[in-house]
Design a binder for this molecule. Structure first.
Ligand SMILES: Cc1ncc(COP(=O)(O)O)c(C=O)c1O
Length: 408
């Protein structure tokens, strides 16, 4: 029979949101994490003028583009990778899946909370999933102890850890000391680390550190244009394989790529050549976004904290992970006992869309949810960003949420 695969929960919430919008309900779209920013005009132009590139590229991707990506990341934060170890694909999602598929059988360590697709992908690839629990008090960070505790003598298969920072759904990052500690721990078990750094360029303080620099032995960094370049629908991702990873891994990844997607769209690869031409060239575009996201994210977390909602001020990306457990008793008396019931009641009564924490690896009874603070329009050319002018939906939606929770 068929495999059991539910539609990705982020897509599901997007569909529900569209349905409510179609009914003319006032909806605050904090459910779906899509960048509100357009790609830079010169990158858009590069895509337009590449439309005649109808040929296939090699599976690995355009050579000049791979060189650009390698030097771009080195310039950005010193991440070292040979252009020959850069693999291009139609999105980093398929790359993460194919990295998992490259292993016959593995134990996959996934933090909770973590991005919605890691668990289902590891399951589809036939692997054994091991959750690494975190807590609000520990800022939703995994620690070397969590890795040691989860790694028992029973596990003899190859092990893979999936790290993601700045994180979806938490918007938080790791310090250098934390990364070094994790590198030592994973090194003890010879784990392969998929370091999902798709939001690395959207670190609000531009201080993103790449895990590969602390664990060059066995790290594969994944990234792409979907977030910092606002081009999710263009479908462009890259995997950066550290020098210590054996070459048969790369061959397996290319083999799987050749039997599945063949190559990333070539016009998009041509546009990516331009986007990745030089880090310095694109830096003002990225800094502008980071500043705006920082302001919006800090506003939201400040307001929510005033209403006693447990949330950490964001450090990157465009998400907040909200912990409503302090309201557990009160919510229970309203008939709310799960994060799904919480989000559905909230949506129904306020129009605020959040994504329940079950999507990120929590038990149904944990009252958590992700808030994506992207329901705003980017300022037009020449306009100075102002929360009041550009983010009325954010302000109203957060107000509705705070009032609803205080009333509960
Ligand atoms: C944490 C994380 N990783 C990976 C992806 C996949 O991005 P893409 O396939 O567009 O490169 C996303 C997109 O939502 C994400 O949030």
């Amino acid at each position: 029979m068929y495999r059991e695969v539910e539609e990705s929960q982020t897509l599901l919430i997007n569909t529900q949101t569209k349905e409510l919008t179609a009914q003319n309900r006032n909806v605050f779209q904090f459910g779906f994490g899509q960048s509100p920013f357009m790609p830079p005009v010169y990158v858009q132009d590069a895509l337009k003028s590449a439309v005649k590139h109808k040929e296939y590229s090699s599976v690995q991707g355009d050579v000049e583009l791979r060189k650009n990506i390698a030097s771009f990341h080195f310039e950005h934060n010193g991440l070292e990778v040979e252009s020959d170890n850069v693999i291009i694909a139609p999105g980093s999602k398929i790359l993460i899946f194919n990295i998992l598929l490259a292993f016959q059988k593995a134990d996959v360590f996934i933090p909770a909370p973590a991005w919605v697709s890691y668990g289902p992908q590891a399951k589809l690839a036939g692997h054994h999933i091991i959750k690494l629990p975190t807590s609000y008090e520990k800022r939703w960070r995994i620690t070397p102890e969590a890795i040691h505790d989860a790694t028992s003598d029973k596990h003899h298969k190859p092990s893979i850890l999936i790290l993601n920072y700045p994180g979806n759904p938490d918007g938080l990052t790791y310090t250098e000391d934390e990364l070094k500690g994790l590198a030592t721990a994973v090194g003890e078990y010879n784990m392969l680390v998929i370091s999902d750094e798709i939001y690395g360029l959207l670190d609000h303080n531009n201080t993103h550190l790449s895990f590969a620099n602390y664990y060059p032995e066995r790290t594969v960094t994944t990234t792409g244009l979907s977030k910092w370049c606002g081009a999710g629908g263009w479908r462009f991702g890259a995997a950066l394989i550290s020098k210590g990873v054996d070459s048969s891994f790369k061959q397996a990844l290319l083999g799987i790529g050749s039997e599945t997607y063949s190559c990333a769209p070539v016009p998009v690869q041509m546009a990516a050549r331009v986007a990745y031409r030089e880090y310095k060239e694109i830096q003002p575009y990225i800094n502008n976004q980071s500043q705006i996201l920082k302001e919006v994210g800090s506003y939201c977390s400040d307001q929510l904290r005033k209403s006693n909602i447990r949330v950490h001020p964001p450090q990157g990306a465009f998400y907040l992970f909200l912990d409503f457990s302090l309201f557990q008793e009160k919510l229970k008396s309203k008939g709310i006992g799960t994060s799904h019931e919480f989000c559905s009641k909230l949506l129904d009564e306020t129009g605020v869309v959040l994504l329940p924490s079950t999507a990120f690896g929590f038990e149904p009874s944990f009252l958590g949810a992700r808030l994506a603070y992207v329901d705003f329009d980017e300022p037009k050319k020449g306009e100075v960003f102002s929360l009041k002018e550009h983010c009325p939906k954010i302000i109203e939606g957060i107000e509705n949420l705070c009032q609803w929770i205080s009333r509960s």
